[in-house]
Design a protein around this ligand. Structure first.
Ligand code: FAD
Ligand code: NAP
Length: 314
């Protein structure tokens, strides 16, 4: 094990982790950042990002994250390839166990492990990701002007996504596995009143049709009550069956909400229930889940960590 005790260790290399690294590095804290299994984070699985300020023409997700990384590198961030498999936050210095690498010891830790959209898990979802398959209507809805789209799910997210998509799409079909929605009454009413939204009840998606070249062309759905299969023509497929924060390794070390999101000890800061451990980005955000908010909270976490480290010097 390396004897070095770092000032700041950052877990995760999405917009939150990289931004935290830029700020911590510019504060001369020489951060060490563990990439995880998805270097660059969720934006590396999308194509065009059109709502990140500063890029009026838009930017490819992977390219944008590459720029974040270069900026963090420029100020001296140390990058470590690998996944943190276990943490010990009981006493300082805190310890991170990295799969296939040396343990890292640090006086403060910024958690920026993000969240993952839940997917149905069918092959065609993976194959057509970024080619008409998406888990983020706010991000990709704009690309589906005057064409039909489908949304899978029956909760508030599905209803909200469908309502947002109805601004662009010619028709939005919500495919739900039951005949009753889980979403709130007010969101249900909004969806029922929207002439562009229709419901496909008691149905599950079996296959997404299309190719990388042509994009999505339709979905086949099975009615779970009758067993009948039918095809719905669409050019966009949005999955909205919930998100899962990547926080399993923190269970028992810091407070988590029942659904796994990290609890903020002081709202409006990045502080977790453990002094010296901070969080940024989607791992603590069940509402906004955007690159810009992740980056913003990454900045907050670095500033909070810097202030915390100063208190250790007193
Ligand atoms: P993430 O980007 O999720 O990054 C998490 C990081 O943590 C990854 O690097 C991962 O490897 C690492 N990690 C996880 N667990 C561990 C571990 N145990 N050890 C080490 N590292 C770990 N937002 C927009 O604003 N505009 C868009 O156009 C847009 N498009 C999107 C398109 C898609 C398909 C998706 C899925 C999301 C999109 N989003 C968009 C949302 C945006 O990507 C997220 O809000 C943002 O990436 C969250 O940033 P983050 O840094 O919190 O986490
Ligand atoms: P959710 O409430 O858990 O709903 C998930 C939906 O996806 C459910 O309808 C569920 O069906 C369906 N589903 C889950 N797994 C599925 C599968 N494998 N195949 C097909 N369908 C599947 O998740 P959410 O909609 O993301 O909402 C999460 C939380 O955020 C909720 O508390 C919600 O109220 C909140 N939220 C609030 C707002 C708002 O107020 N504006 C907006 C978005 C989210 P079943 O119903 O059959 O289980």
């Amino acid at each position: 094990m390396s004897e070095k005790i770092h000032q700041v260790a950052i877990i995760g290399s999405g917009p939150a982790g990289y931004t935290a690294a830029i700020y911590a590095a510019r504060a001369n804290l020489e951060p060490i950042l563990v990439d995880g299994m998805q270097p660059g984070g969720q934006l590396t699985i999308t194509t065009e990002v059109e709502n990140y300020p500063g890029f009026p023409e838009g930017m490819q997700g992977p390219e944008l994250m590459d720029l974040f990384r270069k900026q963090a590198e420029r100020f001296g961030t140390q990058f470590v390839m690998g996944q943190v498999s276990k943490v010990d936050f009981e006493s300082r210095p805190f310890t991170l166990e990295v799969d296939g690498g040396e343990d890292i010891k640090a006086n403060s830790v910024i958690i920026a492990t993000g969240a993952s959209a839940r997917w149905l898990g069918i092959e065609s979802e993976k194959a057509l990701m970024g080619h008409g398959v998406s888990a983020c209507a706010t991000c990709d809805g704009f690309f589906f002007k005057d064409v039909p789209v489908v949304v899978v799910g029956g909760g508030d997210t599905a209803l909200e996504e469908a309502s947002f998509l109805s601004r662009f799409a010619s028709k939005v079909s919500i495919i739900h596995r039951r005949d009753e929605l889980r979403g709130s009454k007010i969101m249900q009413k909004r969806a029922f009143d929207n002439p562009k939204i229709e419901f496909v009840w008691d149905s599950v998606v079996e296959e997404i049709l299309g190719s990388k070249e042509d994009g999505v062309t339709g979905v086949t759905v099975k009615n779970v009550k009758t067993g009948e299969t039918s095809k719905i023509d669409c050019e966009g497929y949005f999955v909205a069956i919930g998100h899962k924060p990547n926080t399993e390794i923190f269970k028992g070390q810091i407070d988590l909400h029942e659904n796994g999101y990290i609890v903020l000890a002081e709202p409006g800061t990045s502080k977790t229930s453990r002094e010296g451990i901070f969080v940024a980005g989607d791992a603590a955000d069940q509402h906004y889940r955007q690159a810009i908010t992740a980056a913003g909270t990454g900045c907050m976490a670095a500033l909070d960590a810097e202030r915390y480290l100063l208190t250790l010097e007193d």
